[in-house]
Design a protein around this ligand. Structure first.
Ligand code: ADE
Length: 244
């Protein structure tokens, strides 16, 4: 069973967010376990404050090192040796490749910051990885941690059912996914592409590959430049005026 620990000021938010749908089922099935620890439970002052003013002045408050460190220690020995991922806009930008890398770990600790940040010495002491989910600023790391845990968990064998398979999904081969259709055959006057109704598997596969190539070229040309393309793929793209 994969074990994910979260250090946060909002444990209910994390447990709630990750309790639905596939993530909820994965936990009930014992494939992953998620334990959120409230940093505030480890403060040593009566007022339960976890934050304080930054030395040197400036706006905002920082979370102190002590309550986070003690919350982290409370996870021992279960989380001993586990990588500690701090969610921060300063981190490596999260990708499917990083999700695959983290999915190989049996245990992970996620650290969610709030306010203006966290005392740097705590980061130096326990954090092994800094991850950002994009070039924008959230009010806290919780939604970022939920996104990372979701993306990592679904790569654990058994978490996705057969019908939720990820064989052809976006990024699995460096391309975006082809368009998909379900019943009825005509919706709002728009028809399902004929080849998909033909029952001709080879033609369907060829059409899907071509659509994935065209979509990626149109929406994410940066991905196309890095994708593993065959000579046939390149020929097809050239035929559509796309040079790579
Ligand atoms: N915390 C605040 N903003 C963030 C972001 N973009 N990614 C990860 N953690 C964050």
């Amino acid at each position: 069973m994969k074990q994910y620990f979260i250090l946060t000021l909002f444990p209910e938010m994390m447990e709630q967010t990750l309790s639905h749908s596939i993530m909820g089922r994965a936990q009930r099935d014992g494939l992953i376990s998620i334990k959120a620890v409230n940093i505030r439970d480890y403060t040593l002052n009566k007022q339960k404050h976890v934050d304080d003013y930054p030395y040197g002045g400036g706006a905002g408050m920082l979370i102190q090192g002590q309550p986070i460190y003690d919350a982290y220690q409370s996870l021992m020995p279960q989380a001993a040796g586990a990588r500690v991922v701090y969610l921060t806009p300063q981190g490596r930008t999260f990708t499917q490749g990083i999700a695959e890398e983290l999915a190989r770990e049996e245990r992970l600790v996620f650290l969610c910051g709030h306010y203006e940040g966290i005392d740097e010495r705590l980061i130096e002491e326990i954090v092994t990885d800094e991850i950002s989910i994009g070039d924008f600023v959230l009010t806290g790391g919780e939604l970022a941690a939920a996104a990372v845990i979701d993306a990592v968990s679904r790569l654990t064998p058994g978490v996705l059912g057969k019908e939720e398979s990820f064989a052809d999904e976006s990024f699995s081969d460096g391309l975006l996914e082809y368009p998909q259709y379900t019943r009825p055959p005509v919706f709002m006057g728009r028809e399902v592409p004929e080849v998909l109704l033909s029952g001709h598997h080879e033609n369907v596969a060829k059409w899907r590959r071509e659509q994935a190539l065209l979509r990626t070229a149109e929406k994410r040309p940066d991905l196309l430049a890095k994708a593993a393309l065959t000579e046939k793929d390149r020929q097809f793209l050239r035929g559509h005026g796309i040079e790579i």
